[in-house]
Design a protein around this ligand. Structure first.
Ligand SMILES: Cc1cc2nc3c(=O)[nH]c(=O)nc-3n(C[C@H](O)[C@H](O)[C@H](O)COP(=O)(O)O)c2cc1C
Length: 402
């Protein structure tokens, strides 16, 4: 992918990974992402971030198409996760930079990852700035957005925020800018990314957005480390991040289930009817068809989460255990839930699901519905009534916050 001059003498020198599908357990379709690195040509030539080790030669050729690598003076590591620092040993050897800038936590993590105490580290903290010549770089630590080491680099003369993983999306494309691709698709991918990666750190997101506003940073371009660069929709993505973080209630619900012989599925459909009768829009997601990350993507935009699993070997279905583990770790806030289950003889799954939901701090509508074997008309009516009760709880939540 050719290098792109994103501002005068500032280049995108990243790589496109067209085929990656699974990112540390977060999977998505369509697949692919980019690892964005940025090169600023100034008195001090500076490289911001890098790429996974397996793409180091791609990065080499990108930079080499502009300047020989040894001309680079500084490297800034905004984030030490291997998809942005994996090429560091290679770069350090080729470039031998005068200075490597990173946060204090980044310094520790570079040591933990690469065990190279002799690299010329220059740990920085919020408020520190350096001059590149015509341009300045101001650093802002963004701890736990989404790792302890994360930081932003802001170039005021260019109104450019290099934001590491924040505001990123996993999109593989030949386009580089937000005004070159479909905006609805871009926002859907930004949301999908947020709800699978950034969600647990939502209080930090609000704090960082407030800090950016308080500092009065003028931003006309946000260059994240994954995906598309924002230049025509900067206010939109800033507001979207605040909205994602606040997770205000809405009249939408996701019913997620697994099944062996479809009884639980029949129950899911009856519950959906009850929700719809209360004016709540529903998505029904079978875990054999949807990956846990896709359910989280749907939950981005839904206050209700209703979970169903038959009893399986005195427990719940493995894919449901997988989903609940994943969802609980992402700490969604302000959700309303319920459980439903078919069983054959011992019937433990309803209680297990209910306890899981409670442990994830979801407000559970009880009792859920338990059905011995195949639901009859009366049992389906009970399911529909559960849907109505959950629907009422969701509507009450929406009205309370209106
Ligand atoms: C491999 C297997 C293990 C099961 N284990 C249990 C169990 O431990 N306790 C129980 O009550 N039912 C058990 N069942 C019965 C199912 O829960 C029951 O058939 C249920 O109606 C299936 O719901 P489904 O049609 O949604 O798959 C088991 C069924 C299978 C096939």
């Amino acid at each position: 992918m050719p290098v792109t001059e994103i501002k005068k003498d500032i280049y995108w020198v990243g790589v496109v990974d067209w085929n990656i599908h699974d990112f540390h357990g977060y999977s998505k379709s369509p697949q692919g992402t980019t690892y964005n690195a940025y090169l600023v040509i100034d008195d001090k030539i500076t490289l911001f971030d890098s790429v996974p080790a397996k793409f180091q030669m791609d990065l080499y050729h990108q930079i080499r198409s502009i300047i020989p690598l040894e001309k680079i003076d500084y490297i800034v590591c905004n984030h030490i996760e291997p998809d942005h620092s994996g090429a560091m040993p290679f770069l350090m050897e080729k470039i031998q930079p005068e200075k490597v800038f990173c946060s204090k936590m980044g310094h520790r993590m570079l040591l933990d990852h690469f065990h190279q105490p002799d690299w010329p580290y220059h740990p920085v903290q919020t408020g520190d700035s350096i001059s590149l010549g015509k341009r300045t770089v101001q650093f802002m630590e963004t701890r736990m957005l989404h790792w302890p080491d994360s930081m932003f680099s802001y170039i005021p003369e260019e109104k450019l925020l290099i934001s590491n993983d924040a505001f990123g999306q996993n999109i593989a494309s030949s386009e580089r800018f937000d005004d070159e691709i479909d905006l609805a698709m871009l926002m859907a991918e930004a949301s999908h990314y947020y709800f699978n990666i950034v969600l647990p750190f939502s209080p930090r997101v609000i704090a960082v957005l407030d800090e950016v506003a308080k500092l009065g940073l003028e931003i006309d371009m946000i260059a994240p480390d994954h995906g598309i660069i924002w230049r025509s929709n900067v206010p939109l993505i800033l507001q979207a991040y605040r909205d994602y973080a606040e997770q205000k209630p809405n009249k939408k619900a996701v019913i997620v289930f697994d099944t062996m012989w479809h009884s639980t599925e029949k129950m899911a459909k009856a519950i959906a009817e009850g929700l719809m009768e209360e004016g709540v829009a529903v998505r029904i997601m079978h875990l054999k068809q949807y990956h846990h990350s896709d359910v989280m993507g749907a939950l981005a935009d839904a206050t209700g989460i209703i979970c169903g699993s038959p009893t399986h070997n005195n427990g719940i279905m493995p894919l449901m255990a997988d989903f609940l583990t994943y969802m609980k770790g992402l700490k969604p806030l302000g959700r309303v839930g319920a459980a439903f289950a078919s069983f054959g003889w011992s019937g433990e799954s309803l209680n297990i699901l209910t306890e899981w939901l409670k442990s994830a701090k979801i407000e559970v509508v009880e009792p859920g519905v338990k059905c011995k074997n195949v639901p009859d008309h009366a049992k389906l009516a009970e399911c529909k009534e559960l849907g109505r009760q959950v629907g009422k709880a969701i509507v009450a939540k929406v009205e309370a916050e209106a």
